[in-house]
Design a protein around this ligand. Sequence first.
Ligand code: EPU
Length: 301
Amino acid sequence: MRINAKTVAQLAELGNEVRPGVSLADHTSLGIGGRTDQVLLRRPETIPQVMRLLAEEGNPHKFLGGGTNVLVDDGELGFIVLHLPASGSAMRVEGNAAYVDAAADLGGTVTFCAKHDLGGLEGLVGVPGSVGGALRMNAGAYGTQIGPHVREVQLYRAASGQIETLCGSDIRFDYRHTSFGPEDVMLRVKLELPSRPYQEILAAIKVSNQKRRSSQPLDQKSAGCVFKNPPGGSAGRLIDQLGLKGHRLGDAMVSDRHANFFVNLGQASCADMLGLIDSVRERVRTAYGIELENEVIVWRN
Ligand code: EPU
């Protein structure tokens, strides 16, 4: 979708930048997605005005963070994307509190906090994506979730059209789900983390990295786990037990390393990936009577 010239000029006046015809295949870890105009929110404080402007012009939009948990449609997209670029001074530590921009890289945040002797996030070190994405999804791995460490979130609230600060206790963090609205935009977070010596944190980080390397296809294009785990179970194990590792549709394939990772072997389209997701869901439903729910977020036109 194209943003008209007048709106492009107004967005620029607010200090933001429009990049025309960006390929979302280049901005997502799956390497899948069509083209659209992208607004780089270089002045996050202008988001309320940006949103009003886009609403007035009837520009449907979606917010793209790190692009590591999203499957985007093919072709010319019917919505524009907004993106918060990472800034140089994205993190600061004060006692046991870490103040981090939502655009910051999650892994970089874990190591930054470790260098300040703040632990508790070790399991998250290999989870790809931004801090904002981790907040929205309540990212978790190896017994760690980000939610319990959140003390404050500054965000654009779609419901009020304003930038607000929420207390951690006012936000619900469930398994891969939170009470943030779908149109809310994370801006900054205050985390409270336990003190731990750097060397100890480093050792724990190494253990998570090793586990991840041995069980996940980190060298291939994917969006991490495709399905949420069903209560008490593992989607990966269920799919594996059905012998579906290596199962393919075009260039979309069930990873032969971890069956809940679906990889793009090169030229997979969104249609290939959705077809594969549906066929695996169907096989699991038929075999076990379990309806797997997507963890990956799908953006259809
Ligand atoms: N398993 C298999 N075959 C497979 C994959 C897994 O038999 O192909 C078995 C494993 O051997 C293990 C069990 O299933 O006994 C669980 O596997 P794993 O430890 O890999 O955990 P998971 O439940 O499959 C979850 C998260 C991952 C996270 C890991 C590590 C979900 C959907 N997945 O996977 O998160 O990295 O635990 O904590 O909650 C993601 O969110 O995108 C993601 C990848």
